[in-house]
Design a protein around this ligand. Structure first.
Ligand code: AMP
Ligand code: MG
Length: 470
């Protein structure tokens, strides 16, 4: 069932390592739909069997567990060796549509890259990544997926003693900008070339036939990043640790540590407890992606030394991002035609939300509902301006409202609900986790019996800080 292309790369790309054995694995969640999509027939079975496999206790046939080497810029500072310190790649599967995916265990014990860490994960980060990555997928955002969550029967020690757990992540690959940096920093041009050729074959096969394949590869990675960050902004997502080791070459959202969705709109919003200077604030994410891409360009210069050409490609990023971002914002506001003042209308709307401390997600739904309402307006002057603007459009009001509702979610994984799901799971109660998972499967749909999950936090429910999963 597994076909492990990464394990066939040169030995300096990874270390072979077996997951640690755990005492009492129990299945917490199993993403059957994803397993079906990926054709994981060989892995299906009763819960206790799945728990053995997705805790790392049983290695499936053909799996070749490896920990991947990578480096990365963390908060702007280069760290020449990071690597999978608490994760192992079990292997790769090729799904029904011919697409190759990594299946990775996260929290499965120490590897040679663990440094001082225990290689384990506590239950909280596992629940968080499961919920948020699946929600992102249902919102249409490119992301790694959640295949399984298992508790281990172990206790792991962070600030307090917590139940241990293992998360199984599915990704288009785990090649990161930091993987390129690992080899480039060692002056290992052969490895950079091997990695680039591998990434091209796996993710951007058309680049191979371009006259300048590495430049074409870079251009496509850059385009995907621009689209991805615009999509994050669209749904109010703050990644929180946009280090180069957390930047996927495939253009997926990866590494759900201190990430969060905004409740009330604030352009410089930060949740992560370790992001003291707001480097990875909501409104700063495009600039950071651009900076991260410059680090990738530096690596690729080892293969194609036309610096000017790479600078030109990099220079397109702000323009591409701007286009993607405003295209999304226009759709969110129901603008189907293009007018010169649209961008300033969008800015005015967001400024209004920020000044009034309004909920980002729900305000777009409420605005859509205003379309057939009479004065007085709920959102002041900006609403009246918006109304005059959409009156110039050919579509009927109900049509515009339906279009808006189809791109503006009602349900997002709000922090206070995610925290509640985590607290519940630690106490052995999975009801919030399961209800949230259910409601987030259809984030654009009204769901009357679960409507409370759409609500922003009450003042006493507000979560202001999130923490890394370590
Ligand atoms: P992250 O902040 O999750 O992207 O992780 C950064 C680096 O720290 C990676 O090399 C991880 O493998 C490593 N790391 C994080 N948590 C642990 C842990 N509990 N044990 C060992 N290594 C860890
Ligand atoms: Mg990481």
């Amino acid at each position: 069932m597994f076909d492990n292309s990464y394990a066939r790369l040169p030995e300096r790309f990874y270390v072979r390592v077996d997951p640690a054995r755990v005492p009492a694995p129990a299945l917490l969640a199993w993403n059957k739909e994803l397993a079906q999509d990926l054709d994981l027939h060989g892995l299906s079975g009763p819960d206790h069997k799945l728990a053995q496999v997705f805790s790392g206790n049983e290695i499936p046939a053909d799996a070749e567990p490896i920990a991947l080497a990578y480096a990365g810029h963390q908060f702007g500072h280069f760290v020449p060796q990071l690597g999978d310190g608490r994760a192992v790649l079990l292997g790769e599967v090729i799904g029904g549509k011919g697409r190759r995916h990594d299946v990775q265990l996260k929290g499965s014990g120490q590897t040679p890259f663990s440094r001082n860490g225990d290689g384990k994960s506590s239950l909280g980060p596992v629940i968080r990544e499961y919920l948020v990555s699946e929600a992102m997928h249902r919102l249409g955002v490119r992301t790694t997926r959640a295949l399984a969550a298992v508790t281990t029967g172990e206790t792991v020690y962070r600030d307090t003693a917590l139940p241990g757990a293992v998360f199984t992540r599915v990704a288009s690959s785990h090649v990161r900008i930091g993987t390129f940096e690992f080899f480039a920093a060692r002056g290992d041009q052969d490895a950079v070339k091997t990695l680039a050729d591998y990434a091209i074959a796996r993710h951007y096969p058309l680049a191979r036939d371009e006259p300048r394949p590495y430049r074409a590869f870079f251009r496509q990675v850059l385009e995907r990043q621009a689209a991805l960050i615009a999509h994050w902004m669209d749904v109010g997502f703050i990644h929180g640790v946009m280090n180069t080791d957390n930047t996927s070459i495939a253009g997926e959202t990866i590494d759900y540590g201190p990430c969060a969705f905004m409740d009330e709109f604030q352009v410089d919003k930060v949740f992560s407890s370790i992001d003291r200077e707001g480097r990875y604030a909501y409104g700063h994410q495009a600039a950071i992606a651009h900076w991260n891409l410059a680090r990738l360009a530096e690596c690729l210069l080892l293969l194609d030394d036309d610096q000017h050409a790479f600078e030109e490609e990099l220079g397109r990023f702000p323009i591409l991002f701007h286009d993607q971002y405003y295209t999304r914002m226009r759709r969110k506001l129901g603008l189907t035609t293009e007018e010169p003042d649209d961008e300033s209308l969008i800015e005015e709307w967001l400024q209004y939300l920020q000044n009034e401390g309004l909920d980002y997600t729900l305000s777009f739904r409420r605005l859509a509902a205003r379309i057939c309402a009479d004065e007085p307006s709920e959102f002041g002057a900006v609403e009246r301006k918006w109304k005059r603007r959409i009156e110039n459009q050919p579509q009927a009001a109900a049509d515009i409202q339906a279009r808006m509702d189809s791109v503006n979610p009602l349900f997002i994984p709000r922090n206070h609900q995610v925290e509640k799901a985590i607290e519940g799971a630690i106490a052995g109660d999975l009801s919030t986790f399961e209800e949230l998972l259910k409601v987030l499967k259809q984030p654009f749909q009204e769901q009357l019996e679960l409507a409370r999950y759409a609500e922003p936090p009450l003042p006493e429910q507000r979560v202001t800080r999130t923490f890394c999963g370590t």
